[in-house]
Design a protein around this ligand. Sequence first.
Ligand code: UD1
Length: 349
Amino acid sequence: MRVVSIVGARPQFIKVAPVSRRLREVAEDLLVHTGQHYDRNMSDVFFDELDIPPPDLNLEVGSGSHGVQTARMLEGIEEVLLQHRPDWTIVYGDTNSTLAGALAAAKLGIRVAHVEAGLRSGNRAMPEEINRIVTDHVANLLLCPTSGAVEHLAREGIAQGVRLVGDVMVDMLRSVQPKLGAEHLPSMGVNSPYYAATLHRAENVDSPQNLGRALALMAAIPGEVIIPVHPRTRTSMDRFGLSWPNNVLPVDPLGYVPMLTLVNHAKAVFTDSGGLQKESVLLGTRCITLRQETEWPETLEGGWNYLVGLDADKMLGALSRDLTSDGVSGFGDGRAADRIVAELLGASS
Ligand code: UD1
């Protein structure tokens, strides 16, 4: 079996790691990096840390508007697929790299497997929601992390090729969990009780009004907040002439293990990321999500995650509520990568 795996943005490096490791034992796997993320601390650091083989090809598309970025990827990916003619193209998650990989392969009649299929926020103003919908409707094998994802696909009339395999991010998280001890915090410059935050969603950082509201919310958090700053957010802060509140400590983006260590020992996590909501509650740290909706409703169980948008009062209310369960469930058993590879092999034979 010959496979081309397409990645390009930070969350995809985490998802591809367990799958490619397993895949390479049984198949020829060409790893293509679109170059959507290119800063060392947004890309290379994950390849080193997660022991992912270096990409066989980097298309170096870089940043741009959605049309420009996706078009450059389509052109580059098509060329690779024509040259290698794989049995499968595997795409991950919901970024522009996902969409471009799925579209380029589908148009060439090459089968598409989508890892993290079926997720929906219900908000079509999110670029990621468009990427998810289009990718799922051209994919041949839809590898779903949760039963809710399977139901979304059924509602859109997609039943063929749908498999519930569990969440690959659980595979990754469980494999590094022994490395997340508090003894690593001082070397990261963290010494006292703290909250952790991330902010990068286009809807929150692309306008001065919303970014201003997000900063006001952070100023209302009762304690020190450590925030690894995404380059998109840094650019917006500079462009709008905004500065971080006094209780917020901005730091450079962190690698996977340092980020999870930070999350593991935080009093709570404030985020607009999808994956981090899950990582936080799976590590037993409560999460406050700075969005109106989530693709991961399982995280809301027992009050472990609350959706507060950019409303500081709602945030304070959520922070003071009691948790009513020991944890969350529904993300699988940490063996999703094994099932994904078995499904690919089964569908190829
Ligand atoms: C992308 C994904 C988003 C994912 C996020 C994770 C899409 C539509 N969005 O958003 O779903 O949650 O990645 O990080 O694909 N930049 C740099 N260096 C980099 C990467 C980006 O400086 O290495 C800056 C550029 O100014 C760029 C901006 O960040 O214009 C946005 O980057 P882009 O990849 O377009 O989207 P993300 O916001 O990272």
